[in-house]
Ligand binder design. Sequence first.
Ligand SMILES: C[S@@+](CC[C@H](N)C(=O)[O-])C[C@H]1O[C@@H](n2cnc3c(N)ncnc32)[C@H](O)[C@@H]1O
Ligand code: SF4
Length: 371
Amino acid sequence: MSTAGIYVHIPFCRSKCRYCDFVSVCSDEDKQKSYVSALIKEINTGRKIFDGEADTLYIGGGTPSCLYKGAVKEIAEALADTFDLRLKEFTTECNPDSFDEEKAEELKAAGVTRISLGVQSFDDDVLKWAGRRHDRKTAERAVKIAVRYGFDVSADLMLGLKGQTEQDIENFISFMSDEGVEHNSAYMLKVEEGTPLANDVKNGLVIPSEDECVRLYEFAYSRLLKVGFSRYETSNFCKNAKVCLHNMKYWTMQDYLAFGVAAHGKTGRYRYYNASDIDKYIREINSGTHRYLTEEEMSEDDELGEYIMLGLRLEQGINVKETEKKFNIDFNKRFEQGLKSAANYIDFDGKTLKIKPCYALVANSIINMFL
Ligand SMILES: C[S@@+](CC[C@H](N)C(=O)[O-])C[C@H]1O[C@@H](n2cnc3c(N)ncnc32)[C@H](O)[C@@H]1O
Ligand code: SF4
């Protein structure tokens, strides 16, 4: 039996950012308490899905750092009571606005080892435009606290926010590097349907074009490399091999369990998805009528397609022998056509298949040649 990762979704934020369509709402402490209590009940039944070991835990959201004091510990203890936890990594997502010394202390005591901070930008006007609650000073303070308390720290940078310049990216990267942050994620802004941003764009708001976003990504990429980061996935960079072990499980299609609204998990080919309605989730868990929104058994072909799609976004690429063993295929035969069509864009030595680093941003079109 493989070693799984565990994801827990916290659907609360202090306010909603202009661009965000993640499942989260603003709430009071009573709602948070009802949710965590339901979550723990769901966790307690988790053995039905999985009875092996788990070695990564990721509490994401939403904004887990805006939960009431003690909530993360309660969740971690419920998981430890239910599963055989041998954690190599325990990440909690935090917003700089709700991460201070007291929160650091609390999370440390709960066993958290890694903090993922949504910094996004170091330009106060850009942050305000994006609807963020923090400014540059607050973000810098949060990063310094997380480093001082001995957490592994990851900082999110967004690319393509209105008004953002190369100088903003430069400031972000040199600060993170100087402070000893060893992981950064750099996401190009996506205009998600149903967000205030999408509405504004429909009404004529002009935001950076795709070409401009690519230019900012390439700038960030070259600056990150210059200060010693390596890219290990299209949007993820680290120093000293500090990859996010939990996310690596998604990208290499290992097992992961998931709890909470909008969370989805997988064991082998079995996939399950929780619905997004928070009140309904609490009600159904409490009345014993909770069911997954969907459950499915993936076909071997779909699983192979996803494995190729995720693997080709990784800098390490796809290991041919492992793929042949996992799917019982002859790699060269199965992908004869893809290998031919993509020949100019890939590095393939018979043992590993990778997209050439300079084509990382057009990975999707190259991946399609293999599907
Ligand atoms: C759940 S949030 C991180 C924690 C916390 N909620 C925060 O925002 O500080 C996950 C990350 O996804 C990224 N993100 C969210 N919406 C996005 C969008 N529309 N386009 C690109 N990146 C986005 C942001 O970088 C954000 O930090
Ligand atoms: S980006 Fe983070 S803080 Fe902002 S609404 Fe989304 S989940 Fe909440």
